[in-house]
Design a protein around this ligand. Sequence first.
Ligand SMILES: [Fe+2]
Length: 196
Amino acid sequence: MSPLPTDTVANPIDLMAWCRANKDEFKPPVSNKYLYDGEDFFAMVIGGPNARNDFHVTNSEELFYQLQGDIVVVIREGDRLRPVPVREGETFFVPGGVPHAPTRPPGTLGLVIERRRPAGEIEHQQFYCDNCEALVHDQAFDCADIVEHFAQAMEAFWADPEKSTCPECGHRCGKPAPVARIEFEPEIRVIREGEA
Ligand SMILES: [Fe+2]
């Protein structure tokens, strides 16, 4: 194995100093910034609040490390949704094939590491009913297209009454407001802007 030229190796990064220097990037609508954008994997820092209710499903694993503040990652287990609190300082590992939806309150920062997914591999965007937890919609993407089309597919889903109405209970799965805060006790409750 030949040695790497030293000019391709980036210096170590003081992560929290980097977050402070880039704090304006962690705001909606994007709320994320690449820390490393490698060929095998990439790492992003993601802030809050986010304003989405889609679930992401890939064949590959994702590692969460919560840097600042507490979030909830909702995962699909069997035919139920389970909210998993990921507190500041905690890691959370999502295996491949598990639908997951992070809800991030204002002021939070988290690191997410994902495998680079090649063109031709398929990943999914799914929506589950807030009321009865049934699957409302499943959209498959080629990974080659997902960066460009993921956000617009979400908007198209929210805007389409037919697609976004639960087939089981008739509840409309509409565009969510940004997360305002999360109550963890006595039970996990995500409160969005405009809600009590
Ligand atoms: Fe429903």
